[in-house]
Design a binder for this molecule. Structure first.
Ligand code: LAN
Length: 731
């Protein structure tokens, strides 16, 4: 069962606010929640999402009388034909398309994403509801909603609840405090991993001396130096820079009563005398529950050296390093992303650094505050900070492709396509950031982001999916304003630029740094974060887009496109594991990777009948089919990097496996039909599908919720199936 979906939650925390008063407003992909207690004005009625809002907060808006007792429509659908299941699915999900053409959704992830900031009452209450909704039975919090308790999750969520006004007398907080005090082998909060220690130091609960050096001067090394931060993965680099800035100036909030109380609540009781704590002893201590990537020997030596260097760091060098960190990591990153920032972690750190450097009244700081709500999502389980400012482009591009495969009913979806095209249009990045190279940024013109254009970061595979979807709408004439050729050429240009020498594609940039960089991964909780690697998913999306582009424009940069296609195909084939599977890194896990790989290979004409790698991959999928006809993969597959069965089949895994088999032209209908039957059985009366286990992942160890996948992928699988087997009817 999906933990975040339990409302009323375990423990039965009642709704903190009136669900009817929550309204989502969207504009060019931007999603902002409002709490309105008065009658809506005319303008509000026009601006707010009157259909999607109640759905997202969990109101039974589309319920029929039988359903109304159950806020989550736990009533199976009674459809008789696959066609009917598909139609119901589309009709339901189609209604949730927002005014600007995308599908909004919950993108909750790590349980660390709350920070001290002025916050209004309904938001505060709903954040608290969420925190308690996802608290584990043992009182702690995990790294994500399905994880067992960790020090990182427990300490930061405990602090969040205290900052939001709860006292230690609160029963659930007391339990959390006991968890923290009884873990970490006597070190309690001091056994937090590096990022946790950084937050604790910022909040003045511990000293910066408990944190290993973050080496601000690294940024001053010549760019060709193998460990220059320019070579780091964009997401790691953008967090590292403001964090290192705060470390460099040893920033701490002023001590007050609350801070003093938090120190006594969180630090080990054996360390009663704060002034005499030997902080440096704790630098390398991490709770066993948290440790995923232990320090390498190289990192241990590096820390010894750099911790010693801290005592003699020349102040002129430190000043220069801090100035550069601020310029690249905070000022330009904020400007280029319209103050949204690449993700929630650097968003909050950059807001803080801007407050310190520019002051609370500064324009830059005010702009930062304006963009904080972009991350807050009001879900069925309360309010949370999303893992990015949404997954708008990603969901929309998939949905367009899913519906396109249903050729019989395509005409009926004209309005959906046309609106979605407006969104694809508005979200393509149209410019390169000024003097981007100075700030370690590459070209962006022509790319698509994962969420919204304002973020200004493109991703290789979101560019691929955005390009495919735009080309399909254009090909079928479903929009009066399809994208101009020049815009599509720009997207192609990005895809050609981003291919690595391996033939593979990474995420936001070409791979820059050496793999040796990973030896310096100090995060302790994440795997493979230091550089941008090649990924099967990114490569497959790019490959499919190149092929689709070439079908449209066979002569445009023909040789380059064909060469890129060939190299990407070779990369995918090389990535196959012995057992025939492909490991996915952004969804769970081998099912996800294998779907991407097989669709990629199918795009270049490699199918079951003519390719042994495809046959092997199909065999792998079939070996994982469960008794009930579905597929179910646990998030532990990503953590352990080997297939782990979920205890129950999952709608989304099933849809991926079915799509993969159909895409590969697997010749036998029966196993596929059993999967489709499962999707049919799980459909709810209103055409929705229930939220099951979490299905996204990043950095091996942290899961993330793609709430729209439960609709998009069953629809897509049904569309592909009914297209292939139009006469087929359910048993
Ligand atoms: C994402 C989300 C999208 C994802 C895909 C496009 C699906 C993938 O194919 C490429 C990588 C990418 C862009 C990706 C990278 C890492 C992200 C940004 C995330 C998983 C969303 C959140 C994560 C980010 C690092 C999380 C930051 C928050 C922390 C608490 C560490």
């Amino acid at each position: 069962m999906f933990r975040g979906d339990s409302a009323p939650p375990k423990g039965g925390i009642p709704p903190a606010t009136k669900f009817n008063n929550w309204y989502l407003e969207v504009c060019e992909g931007r999603q902002v929640w409002h709490y309105v207690t008065d009658e809506l004005t005319k303008i509000q009625k026009e601006r707010f999402e009157l259909t999607a809002s109640p759905y997202h907060v969990g109101l039974p808006k589309f319920a029929t009388p039988e359903e109304s007792g159950s806020p989550f429509y736990k009533v199976p659908s009674q459809s008789h034909s696959y066609e009917e299941v598909l139609r119901k699915g589309v009709s339901f999900f189609g209604k949730l398309q927002t005014k600007d053409g995308h599908w909004a959704g919950d993108y909750g992830t790590q349980l660390l994403l709350y920070k001290k900031q002025p916050i209004c009452e309904p938001f505060k209450l709903e954040i608290l509801r969420y925190l308690f909704n996802v608290q584990n039975e043992d009182g702690g919090w995990g790294l994500h909603i399905e994880s067992t308790s960790t020090m990182f999750g427990s300490v930061l969520n405990y602090i969040s609840a205290r900052l939001l006004g709860l006292t230690v007398e609160d029963k659930l907080l007391h339990k959390a405090k006991c968890w923290i005090q009884s873990h970490g082998n006597g070190s309690s909060c001091l056994a937090s991993p590096q990022w946790g220690k950084v937050y604790l130091a910022i909040l003045n609960i511990i000293s910066w001396d408990a944190v290993n050096s973050l080496i601000p001067e690294l940024i001053l090394l010549p760019e060709i130096f193998p460990f220059h931060i320019k070579g780091m993965w964009s997401y790691a680099r953008t967090v590292y820079m403001p964090m290192t800035y705060l470390y460099g100036i040893r920033f701490q909030v002023a001590e007050d009563d609350l801070i003093r109380q938090l120190r006594t609540e969180l630090l080990p009781s054996s360390l009663a005398d704060y002034a005499s704590i030997q902080w440096s002893v704790y630098r390398n201590i991490v709770a066993e529950e948290d440790l995923y990537t232990p320090h390498t020997r190289l990192l241990k030596y590096a820390f010894k050296f750099f911790n010693a260097y801290e005592y003699i760091a020349p102040s002129f060098l430190r000043r220069r390093a801090l100035a550069r960190l601020y310029e690249v990591g905070v000022r330009k990153e904020s400007e280029f992303t319209k103050y949204i920032c690449i993700g929630p972690v650097n968003k909050v750190l950059n807001t803080l650094v801007t407050w310190i450097v520019e002051g609370p009244e500064s324009v830059a700081f005010q702009k930062h505050l304006e963009r904080l709500p972009d991350y807050l999502w009001m879900g069925t389980d309360g309010m949370k900070m999303n893992g990015t400012n949404g997954s708008q482009l990603w969901d929309t591009a998939f949905m367009v492709q899913a519906l396109m495969e249903n050729s019989k009913n395509r005409e009926e979806y004209r309005d959906i396509f046309s609106l979605a095209n407006d969104f694809l249009d508005i979200s393509q990045i149209r410019v390169n950031h000024p003097e981007h190279w100075k700030y370690y940024r590459d070209e962006t013109k022509g790319g698509w982001p994962f969420s919204t254009r304002d973020v200004g970061w493109l991703v290789a595979d979101t560019t691929g999916e955005g390009l495919k979807a735009s080309l399909l709408v254009k090909r079928h004439g479903y929009s009066l304003t399809p994208l101009d050729d020049s815009r599509l050429f720009d997207a192609l240009n990005i895809l050609l630029l981003m291919q690595n020498s391996t033939g593979g594609y990474a995420t936001c940039e070409k791979t820059r740094g050496s793999k040796l960089f990973e030896y310096l991964n100090a995060s302790e909780v994440f795997g493979d974060i230091m550089i941008d690697y090649d990924y099967v998913e990114c490569t497959s999306s790019a490959l499919q887009a190149l092929v689709t582009f070439h079908e449209h424009y066979p002569t445009h940069r023909k040789q380059e496109v064909l060469k890129a296609v060939e190299r990407a195909t070779a990369f995918i084939l090389k990535s196959q594991h012995q057992d025939g599977s492909f490991e996915g890194m952004w969804g769970i896990c081998f099912t996800y990777g294998t779907w991407f790989a097989l669709d990629g290979l199918a795009s270049v004409g490699l199918y079951y009948e003519n390719n042994s790698a495809v046959r092997k991959a199909c065999k792998f999928l079939l070996s994982r089919q469960m008794m009930d006809g579905g597929w179910g993969e646990s998030f532990l597959s990503c953590v352990r990097r080997t297939y782990v069965n979920h205890k129950a089949s999952q709608i989304i895994n099933t849809a991926w496996a079915v799509l993969a088999l159909l895409g590969a032209h697997y010749p036998q209908k029966e196993p596929i039909k059993r999967g489709i039957d499962l999707l049919k059985q799980r459909q709810l009366l209103n055409g929705d599908w229930p939220q099951e286990s979490i299905c996204g992942v990043f950095n091996k160890n942290c899961m993330i919720n793609y709430s729209n996948f439960k609709n998009i992928f069953p629809i897509w699988a049904l569309a592909r199936f009914t297209e292939r087997y139009p006469q087929e009817s359910p048993l």
